[in-house]
Design a protein around this ligand. Structure first.
Ligand SMILES: C[S@@+](CC[C@H](N)C(=O)[O-])C[C@H]1O[C@@H](n2cnc3c(N)ncnc32)[C@H](O)[C@@H]1O
Length: 205
């Protein structure tokens, strides 16, 4: 892996494990709440298998997951759009993207996910466009996010959703989401026990 990327990932992994250990007291709004390293490895693998070019992420935080994805995306001369509403996290994400040398690949869209997704969804050029999507923001509106994202995913496009199994407080919402996906004839979907539980959904038509 590229040195700048792996150095930033290592630094963020240290921050994340400190945060999880509660040895430092980080206010809830500033927590990274990042995907696990195992999930990062999984995303990198899927992106490479898929030869993905255009990625959309909902929930940037400080950029850990986007940095995991940036190398494979850059190898296909692709781009990542990532959505975040917290200005402090956007600042930290931008700094991390600079350190990882991926600012030419990643664009942060600042605002609430629902507004940005509606904006992106209205643009004709985004129809059937994204071949890889990561959903990792608030869970209450997840079905609405999915409904806005699906028309923007290409046929064969992959949508990954984090936190299907952990933390347990999200289980009920995530079960509802998974049941919603299972009855949609336009997708195939399954929940994998990787990291905090990853839903892998493929748009088949
Ligand atoms: C779980 S964290 C994302 C972690 C990131 N994907 C990673 O693995 O590095 C969720 C992020 O979504 C942001 N978020 C939550 N609700 C949002 C909303 N409605 N619109 C935009 N961002 C939101 C939070 O501020 C938080 O930074």
């Amino acid at each position: 892996m590229n040195n700048s990327i792996s150095n930033v990932l290592k630094e963020l992994e240290k921050q994340s494990s400190l945060e999880k250990s509660r040895r430092v007291d980080v206010p809830q709004k500033d927590r990274m709440l990042a995907i696990t390293k195992e999930t990062g490895e999984f995303l990198d693998m899927i992106l490479r298998l898929k030869k993905a070019k255009y990625m959309l992420e909902v929930g940037t935080s400080v950029g850990y997951s986007a940095i995991w994805c940036a190398e494979a995306i850059s190898e296909n001369s692709g781009k990542i759009i990532t959505i975040e509403k917290n200005p402090d996290k956007i600042k930290r994400a931008y700094e991390n993207f600079q350190k990882a040398e991926v600012t030419d690949i990643v664009t942060i869209k600042e605002g609430t996910a629902i507004n940005i997704l509606k904006e992106l969804n209205m643009k004709e050029e985004n129809k059937d466009f994204f071949d890889f999507v990561l959903i990792d923001a608030d869970k209450e509106n997840i079905i609405e996010y999915f409904d806005l994202i699906l028309p923007m995913a290409s046929t064969g496009g992959i949508i990954i959703t984090d936190n299907m199994l952990y933390p347990e407080k999200y289980r009920a919402d995530m079960k509802k989401f998974s049941d919603y996906l299972k009855v949609n004839p336009n997708v195939r979907t399954t929940t994998l026990p990787i990291g905090n539980g990853e839903e892998i959904t493929i748009k088949i038509k």
